[in-house]
Design a protein around this ligand. Sequence first.
Ligand code: ATP
Ligand code: MG
Length: 224
Amino acid sequence: MPGPTAGRGEVFPLRSYTPAPVGRTPASARRRRGILGGTFDPPHLGHVIAAEAVRRRLGLDEVVLVVAHDPWQKSGDRAVTAPELRLAMTQLAVAGHDGLVVSDLELRRGGPTFTVDTLETMRAAHPDDDLVLILGEDAAAGIETWHRAADLPALCQLVVVCRPGVNVTLPDGWPFVRVDIDAADVSSTAVRSAVAAGADVRRLVPDEVGSFIVEHGLYRVGLA
Ligand code: ATP
Ligand code: MG
């Protein structure tokens, strides 16, 4: 069933990630859940394409786009858009995509965002589910610098989404699954720069995200 279609600038009620009661989960209710964490400043077509591709190729029940509250590795270098606005844009980006959902778990937790905390929360809430952490190329390249990075492989299966032919490694021979996609050649940095330069970003972001950026006057002053 296709999901709802957004009107221009309309923001849907948040579909939060809701932890289930702790306890044994019947096998039929066990889920394979992908997690694509990010700043999403703004979300773009590369995020949606990557999430869809991993969900399809690994047969995941859903991919959760988890919006960072305070991406501490970025917020020291540039002004990061308010988390509520990034959350709203990410909701718009996945509207109508079955199996893609957005979580505000990291906003509710507050403080600097550490993915390891998010994985532990999800693991505690759904002890029998499979957790699959999805990384793009730049995230994979920097994962060693993440808070408690060494704890990640025990908490989840790691998947790296990359362009065909690109060489990807993770630290210390961590096992990972590689998913090759002809990714949209786009990053949030490129979108912000394009908006600041007055360029058209319609081929880089979902339409409703583009409308949201215009209506809220985001990125006009070159935050990148
Ligand atoms: P920035 O340009 O600020 O680094 P970004 O485009 O990488 O932003 P993030 O929100 O930081 O966006 O990324 C969230 C996740 O999505 C990361 O794992 C990142 O590697 C991945 N990702 C970003 N762009 C793409 C893309 N075009 N294809 C596949 N994965 C991507
Ligand atoms: Mg990035």
